[in-house]
Design a protein around this ligand. Structure first.
Ligand SMILES: C[S@@+](CC[C@H](N)C(=O)[O-])C[C@H]1O[C@@H](n2cnc3c(N)ncnc32)[C@H](O)[C@@H]1O
Length: 196
């Protein structure tokens, strides 16, 4: 079972950055790929209403054990269909998960999931990987940026956001975070839909 919170050198710092930037108190947050539930639970403890969705049974079981009063979990593999009739969310978190959707389901599914998220919220938090293995370990081609090159990975991600989400969205903040020995840095994006 993957216990992602133990591997990530900036896990708590990242989650605090997100909490500080949620659009309002009592936010309704969807945490896609919630793993063992720590981020979802943390946001719930701050008074938000947080739902984690996780496709793996063991990780989901672990998450349910730490569920709080205002956090909850579903075991579901998120696809574009998941979002079709979903409610609107104050924020959607895609933390270290878009590249796993790319790895398991392909680039087109990843792009469609991102597009659907853009329809269902005005606030996105996305943690992107700079390590090729996270994209290609299931047989998909490597993404078109130089591995571990933060600037190149950032340019690739920002081109993805612009092409999928369109001109209505801006990158509000971009934080480079320490990650692991094998992948020194990750990028956390805070994206917002421009007000009409
Ligand atoms: C690398 S972990 C990141 C965990 C967490 N989002 C974080 O950053 O702290 C990715 C998690 O996303 C889950 N996952 C991958 N694809 C998914 C999908 N399509 N729907 C739901 N969960 C998914 C994996 O099982 C794994 O637990």
């Amino acid at each position: 079972m993957l216990r992602f919170h133990n591997k990530h050198a900036s896990f708590e710092k990242r989650n605090k950055l997100i909490a500080d930037r949620l659009p309002h108190r009592n936010s309704w947050v969807l945490d896609v790929g919630s793993n063992t539930g720590f981020t979802t639970k943390y946001l719930g403890e701050l008074g938000h209403f947080a739902i984690g969705v996780e496709k793996m049974q063991e990780e989901f079981n672990a998450a349910r054990k730490i569920q709080g009063d205002t956090s909850a979990f579903m075991r579901v593999g998120v696809s574009p269909a998941f979002f079709e009739n979903s409610p609107q969310w104050s924020a959607i978190l895609l933390l270290s998960v878009l590249h796993r959707i790319y790895a398991f389901d392909g680039e087109e599914v990843m792009r469609s999931v991102l597009s659907e998220c853009g329809r269902k919220t005005d606030t996105l938090f996305i943690e992107g990987s700079t390590r090729h293995a996270r994209y290609k370990d299931q047989g998909q081609p490597a993404p078109d940026f130089t591995e571990h090159d933060v600037e190149a990975a950032a340019a690739w991600h920002e081109a993805l956001f612009a092409s999928v989400l369109g001109e209505d969205w801006t990158v509000e903040a971009k934080d480079v975070l320490e990650h692991t020995r094998k992948e020194p840095h990750r990028i956390l994006y805070h994206l917002c839909k421009k007000k009409a």
